[in-house]
Design a protein around this ligand. Structure first.
Ligand code: SDX
Length: 422
């Protein structure tokens, strides 16, 4: 006999089934709530509401667990490559060596971006933020690839996935190239996906460019750690936009815009700006902790806190360790890293942060590695987007395969009663 929930309203009892997931998470299934009771639920920010069932990512905020298709994030970060994890997230299983090679070669087929897209880039001012340009160019891919829009059959979906993985990486680097006044680079099909990112960003025609394996390995790991995170703000946006049968590129473009916000993916840029400000103000971490605790002050400790993790973000632990290793290997002495360590230690001891279960999240240390790799601060959230791309694709694909209905939440109206206009 499966468990149920009883709701009593005005003396009348209503019974709702309780749905249990494969990791024993439970939800009250309220699909029939309004039909039976005439009422809806109210839950701003969806802190207590599940939007879907999903087989892609499992996380436990209390225990600090994160798994992609059942594999622990620690295991994947140590033993997988970003393209293997991308295939796993999108197609639901580890690729064989042959499938992985085919996937990488099929992505290579689509890394050329229509030259006309460059005139869209030219229309932006040099001061434009890379995330705004990335959102626009991603949406523009729809116009140049009309067949990859509202895809249904497996072959077309696979083609759209490879196109997105290929073209997104290239256009993601265009803003930086434009800002530097450099010519736009092309993907080099003789090189790997992650090495290509560094070449697309930094290779200039006048001299040979070499990427160290340390840098490639660090970036590969960072992209894996960012690849998916169940129904976060940007992923929920991709699913919502995709539920209207808007195409994959348009849905991903919406996800880029949602990720841009400083409360979400934009936090990695905000963390570095905060750490630099603390460093420039003599390293007074106590002053910034006090600002973060002051309700009258809108300042928040960027890179701290999380909607789901009420324990350490497992990704933050891995990135913190990687930051030490990468900086040591590259021989980079960064005073910002010392500020970050000092701030983290002080916050973890502070009653305000402990009482609210505020711990470092994925964004707290990632920027320190990006900075050591020479990536400019305003490109940090673009790095997040490159990592999150396979997760967005996987979640969009699952939503379409599950034939989920168009997303359309209800509301409770609190505005003016009927009144005459004249
Ligand atoms: C990401 O959802 C995901 O999975 C996201 C992500 C992913 O992989 O997709 O993990 C990536 O977005 C990580 C989060 C990056 N954002 C930041 O680092 C920005 C700083 N953090 C916060 O703004 C905040 O912690 C959020 C947005 C992350 C979570 O906010 P919630 O869940 O809505 O929590 P809340 O705002 O209700 O805060 C609860 C309390 C409040 O105090 P009280 O009103 O109870 O007194 O904690 C306080 C908040 O004021 N608080 C903070 C704080 N975060 C929460 N106070 C100071 N500094 C902070 N960082």
């Amino acid at each position: 006999m499966s468990k149920t929930a009883i709701l009593e309203i005005d003396g009348k009892k209503y019974e709702f089934p309780i749905f249990k997931g494969s990791e024993n998470e439970e939800a009250i299934d309220i699909k029939k709530l309004r039909d039976l009771t005439g009422l809806v639920t109210l839950d701003p920010g969806y802190k207590n509401s599940g939007s879907c069932t999903s087989e892609i990512t499992f996380l436990d905020g209390e225990l600090g667990i994160l798994r992609y298709r059942g594999y622990a994030i620690e295991d994947l970060a140590e033993n997988a490559t970003f393209l293997e994890v991308s295939y796993l997230l999108i197609f639901g299983r580890k690729p064989t060596a042959a499938e992985l090679e085919k996937f990488e070669n099929d992505i290579r087929k689509y890394t050329l971006v229509n030259e006309e897209m460059k005139s869209i880039l030219d229309g932006f001012p040099k001061t434009a933020h890379p995330m705004g340009i990335l959102a626009a160019l991603t949406s523009a891919l729809t116009s140049f690839n009309p067949k990859s829009v509202d895809v249904e059959n497996e072959k077309d979906v696979y083609c759209a996935v490879c196109k997105t993985m290929g073209k997104f990486l290239v256009i993601a680097t265009w803003t930086f190239r434009k800002n530097m006044g450099y010519p736009l680079n092309y993907y080099d099909n003789t090189k790997g996906y992650v090495e290509n990112f560094m070449r697309l960003m930094f290779e200039i025609p006048t001299e040979p460019y070499k990427v160290s394996q340390t840098v490639i390995d660090a970036l590969d790991k960072l992209f894996i750690l960012h690849a998916d995170h169940e129904q976060n703000c940007s992923t929920s946006t991709v699913r919502m936009v995709g539920s209207s049968h808007a195409g994959l590129f348009a849905s991903i473009s919406a996800g880029v815009s949602a990720l841009w916000g400083p409360l979400h993916g934009g936090a990695n840029q905000a963390v570095l700006e905060m750490l630099e400000e603390i460093h420039n103000n003599g390293g007074d971490t106590e002053k910034y902790l006090a600002k973060a605790k002051d309700k009258a002050d809108p300042f928040r400790l960027m890179g701290f806190g999380h909607r789901v993790y009420k324990n350490f973000d497992p990704r933050a632990k891995i990135i913190k360790k990687a930051a030490n290793e990468v900086l040591a290997t590259l021989g980079v002495e960064d005073p910002i890293l010392d500020i970050a360590r000092k701030l983290e230690a002080a916050a973890l001891e502070d009653e305000y942060f402990k009482a609210r279960n505020l711990y470092p999240n994925v964004d707290f240390y990632s920027g320190i590695i990006y900075r050591a790799l020479g990536i400019p601060t305003d490109m940090f959230t673009v790095m997040f987007a490159i990592g999150r791309l396979p997760g967005w694709i996987a979640q969009w694909k699952e939503m379409r395969e599950n034939k989920e209905p168009i997303g359309r939440p209800r509301q409770i109206y609190t505005g003016s009663p009927l009144r005459e206009f004249k």
